[in-house]
Each structure stands twice: as C-alpha cells, then as structure tokens.
Design a protein around this ligand. Structure first.
Ligand code: DGL
Length: 274
C-alpha cells in the first residue's frame, strides 16, 4: 500500500478533556501533524441523548476529515461509548472508505487486563457512558470474571470546563461520587471520562493507596503507537509537524485552559460545527 502523504491525526473531544489525551499522544508520537477539535460550545455531552451525541460526533468526523485528517481519535468516552460503533459500522464504510476513527474504551479495558488478574474494577464516567454499559460489555467480552462497578459523575465535566478543579466544592462532590465505589474495594479505578484526568490526584486521594487510578492519556498514546506500527502505510511523517487547535467555543478561554494543561502557549481558532 502507498504511503499516505501529509499524515494528519484528528483528536476530538466535547471540550478540554481530550487535551489529557493529546498531551500524551504528542509526547509519544511528536512526528505527526495534529488537529485538536473541542466542541466546547456544546459541552458537556454527558447528559445528552444518544442520538444527539451521535449527530455531534458525526459532524466532528466530517469536519476533521474535511481538514485532511487520515485518522481520528475520539478522545472522549461519551462519544466512544455511544457513537463510535455506529459510525464505524454504518457511516465510515459508505462515506469514508479506508479511513478510521478509534476510541478510548477498548484501549482502557485492555490496559486494565494488562495489569494482571483483577477482581473488581470501578468505572467513573458521564451519565451517558455509564448508561451505555460500554465498559461493562467490553470487560465481559474480554474477561467475564471481573466485577465492574460504575458511578455516573455528571457534575465533574461542568466543573472542569469552568476551571473549578481545585475548589472545595469539587472535593466535596468527589467524595460523594467515590464513596460507594470505595466500599466495593476496587483494585483499579478507570477514569472513564477524559476530562477526569484533570482530577487524577484528587480522585486518587479518595481511594486506598494500593488502588490504581487509570486515566486515558498514556494508555491511548501507547495503543495508538502500536496501531500505527501495525498499519505502516501511515508511516509518513512531517518535516515540520503542525499543531492546530480548534474549538466551537470561545478561543481565548480555550487558549487559557490549554496553557494551564499543556504548559505552553497555544493559539486556537473558533470554528462552527454543523
Ligand atoms: N471528555 C468527555 C468524555 O470522555 C466528556 C464528556 C462530556 O462532555 O460530558 O466522556
């Protein structure tokens, strides 16, 4: 198969959460061009209907492929849980044959299993991700013996989008969300929402020191690295790799949040998604 020229990877999330994934992907695979797209104007997705999440995710896919992306990563559990399979099975083969969109849920489940035998795994996620049962199904496909306990945490994404991770109210809310999970003595807690990476430390403090709290960034970066090795036609690298940041929301606000998280200045542009 011929090498793909100007190989560009699109990274999509409803908002800032996917930056936790982009940061690790960029560290692991700096040689590629990236476009990050945050649908901040319509975030959070977590309480929306499955149909709406599907439609918004499809619009993001159309947008990113139109920008020249060859591969898209849904750095969003909510879109991965509710829209990804349908897009992969029904939409991509017809509209974009040969192009692919990858999600975060399967890599996270595989990463837990790679940690060795586990009895109880806790998943924290948006209402939509939890209701979809995507994590329960994915674990059941790979290892039926694991008990999966879940907690929907609908207040966390709005707090993170409003940059309130360090506020006392966020700590109090986290205690409520983690209390029941803690009673189940999970060996691993899966942060089943890419926004929660911003709260990794605060969440970790709510569980026993032995509990592993797994966030998507490093896991997805490693799995993408492996995927690209298995698909060598994507091997084309850029001489001068570009980073483009796009948001459907306020670009100044996006730049501030990105600076806080990525530790460097970026200049995003506002785009319209429809
Ligand atoms: N980062 C998204 C996820 O991983 C956030 C979902 C939302 O917008 O509610 O699920």
């Amino acid at each position: 198969m011929a090498l793909i020229a100007n190989f560009m990877i699109g990274i999509f999330d409803s908002g800032y959460g996917g930056l936790t994934v982009f940061k690790e992907i960029e560290k692991t695979l700096p040689q590629y061009d990236y476009i990050y797209l945050g649908d901040n104007a319509r975030a959070p997705y977590g309480d929306l209907s499955q149909e709406l999440i599907y439609n918004y995710s499809r619009q993001a896919v159309d947008f990113l492929f139109a920008q020249g992306c060859e591969l898209i990563i849904f750095a969003c559990n909510t879109a991965s849980a509710t829209a990804l399979r349908r897009l992969q099975q029904e939409y991509l083969p017809v509209k974009y044959p040969g192009k692919n969109v990858l999600g975060v849920i399967r890599p996270m489940v595989e990463a837990v299993l790679e940690l060795g035998p586990k009895k109880v795994v806790a998943v924290m996620g948006t209402k939509s991700t939890v209701d979809s049962g995507a994590y329960i199904n994915e674990f059941a496909n790979l290892d039926k013996s694991i008990k999966v306990v879940q907690e929907a945490c609908p207040l966390l994404v709005p707090l993170i989008e409003a940059s309130k991770e360090k506020e006392p109210q966020t700590k109090e809310i986290l205690k409520v969300y983690t209390n029941d999970l803690k009673q189940c003595n999970p060996e691993v807690v899966v942060l089943g929402c890419t926004h929660y990476g911003w709260l990794w430390e605060e969440i970790k403090n709510n569980f026993s020191p032995e509990t592993i709290v797994l966030e998507s960034g490093q896991v997805v970066a490693k799995k993408l690295f492996q995927y690209l090795q298995r698909h060598p036609h994507y091997a084309q690298i850029s001489d001068n790799p570009s980073r483009i940041f796009l948001t459907s929301g306020n670009n100044k606000k996006f730049d501030l949040a990105a600076k806080k998280f990525l530790g460097r200045e970026i200049k995003s542009q506002t785009v319209k998604l429809n």
